[in-house]
Design a binder for this molecule. Structure first.
Ligand code: ZN
Ligand code: ZN
Length: 141
């Protein structure tokens, strides 16, 4: 029996669930993660896309370019604007979910920190978390 992780947007209109273990959990301080969260880093939890149930009725999406020059398609609640989920051009079979949107985020264990070149100087990150100054394998890197 796989664990079910539920969550939702800040106004409660949009609810989602993801099943099983995440495929990847990243901390990220790229400019998009900073702007979408209004914070200095984002927590991105990636599941196989078929493991995520997220009704699109109350969502709107927009597409933008990442710092690595690839597209991000981001979905947000039309009522409260919470950015909940995204698909990345280079991970098309994964679905990213905002870590803070889960009701119980205790299962979230980041394994990498990308764009750590923007890490705030006062923030200490565990040695167990690998660090990449930018996005690995970016075009032109
Ligand atoms: Zn909402
Ligand atoms: Zn990012």
């Amino acid at each position: 029996m796989e664990t079910i992780h539920e969550g939702g947007c800040v106004c409660g209109t949009v609810r989602f669930r993801a099943v099983g273990k995440p495929r990847r959990v990243s901390l990220c301080s790229c400019s998009w993660c900073r702007k979408r969260t209004g914070s200095l880093l984002g927590v991105s939890v990636y599941f196989d896309k078929e493991k995520v149930a997220l009704p699109s009725r109350q969502l709107r999406s927009h597409r933008l370019m990442s710092d690595a020059g690839r597209w991000i398609k981001c979905q947000f609640c039309i009522h409260c604007g919470s950015a909940l989920s995204w698909t990345l051009e280079f991970l098309p079979n994964y679905r990213g979910i905002a870590g803070g949107a889960f009701d119980d985020p205790a299962f979230i264990q980041p394994e990498r920190y990308v764009y750590c070149q923007h890490k705030p100087s006062w923030l200490e990150i565990s040695e167990d978390i690998s660090r990449c100054p930018v996005m690995p394998n970016s075009p032109g890197q």
